[in-house]
Design a protein around this ligand. Structure first.
Ligand code: ZN
Length: 109
């Protein structure tokens, strides 16, 4: 008669790992910021709308300063699309325009 395989002695087998917990980013952001989910959602919608304006602008953007000068620059709004950016992004945008124009000029030669 064949012998049955011996069972391991000691601990029970480990249970399968629990599936990863899914988080709602706006809920988490609302909690950690103290703004609440609804306010976090409202701000997120504003950010998306601003990005849509900037993306759909006929361009080039014509950024003009708005609001007060702050320690780290100020906001700027495009007169064409009404999209807003901070002064750091405005600076990089203008650098990109300048470099793009210079590169186009070099390719002509
Ligand atoms: Zn624009």
């Amino acid at each position: 008669m064949p012998r049955e395989p011996s069972k391991p002695i000691g601990r029970k087998p480990e249970p399968p790992p629990a599936p990863p917990k899914k988080y709602n980013a706006l809920e988490v952001l609302g909690k950690v910021s103290g703004l609440g989910t609804d306010e976090a959602k409202r701000i997120f919608e504003q950010v998306k709308e601003n990005q849509r304006r900037l993306d759909e602008c006929v361009g080039p953007h014509d950024f003009q300063p708005i609001g007060e000068e702050k320690k780290f620059g100020r906001r700027h709004v495009c007169t064409l699309c009404k999209g807003e950016i901070d002064s750091i992004n405005k600076s990089w945008y203008e650098t990109g325009l300048k470099h793009g124009a210079e590169q186009a000029e070099r390719k002509k030669r």
